[in-house]
Design a protein around this ligand. Structure first.
Ligand code: 5GP
Ligand code: ZN
Length: 137
């Protein structure tokens, strides 16, 4: 059983704001900010590793639609877009979802910035080269 599948099938209550054939956008029940929205595929995929390019394309298109809705209806012109894959990455609901988090001036949500500032690893050029060589085609 999956809570997001239940939302897709209207077996669980949700606050849907946009849907099409393949994707659904609805309010996060425990939002980080006013207007925090989740975008999901209507079919169940646990995470990005299970998804093909076509459904991922549909997801990002719906993310774009949601950012436009936030802009037009709430005047939001800054968002963080976050997606966690796997328990180690802090995923807690195992039906793929993208978070769209509206940002406002002085909202005390500088978490992305703080990650970068506090977790920076000092890395030598030869290690950066080693990583590049491992990953590039
Ligand atoms: P994750 O931690 O997996 O990236 O995010 C899961 C998100 O799902 C959390 O932000 C949480 O508030 C939200 N969530 C969990 N259960 C429900 C639910 O039943 N309904 C809705 N709308 N959101 C939920
Ligand atoms: Zn599901």
């Amino acid at each position: 059983m999956c809570i997001f599948c239940d939302i897709v099938n209207n077996r669980a209550k949700s606050y849907k704001i946009y849907e099409n054939n393949k994707t659904l956008a609805f309010l996060d029940i425990h939002p980080i900010s006013y207007g925090h929205i989740l975008i999901i595929p209507k079919n169940h995929y646990e995470n990005i590793y299970e998804m093909d390019n076509d459904i991922l394309t549909e997801i990002i298109k719906t993310v774009k639609t949601v950012t436009e809705l936030l802009k037009e209806n709430m005047g939001i012109n800054a968002v963080n877009i976050i997606n966690s894959n796997g328990k180690i990455a802090n995923q807690t609901v195992f039906h793929y979802h993208m978070h769209v988090i509206p940002r406002r001036e002085n909202d005390n949500l500088d978490f992305i910035h703080e990650w970068w500032v506090n977790k920076l690893i000092k890395m030598d050029n030869d290690i950066l080269s080693e990583i590049m060589n491992k990953l590039k085609n």
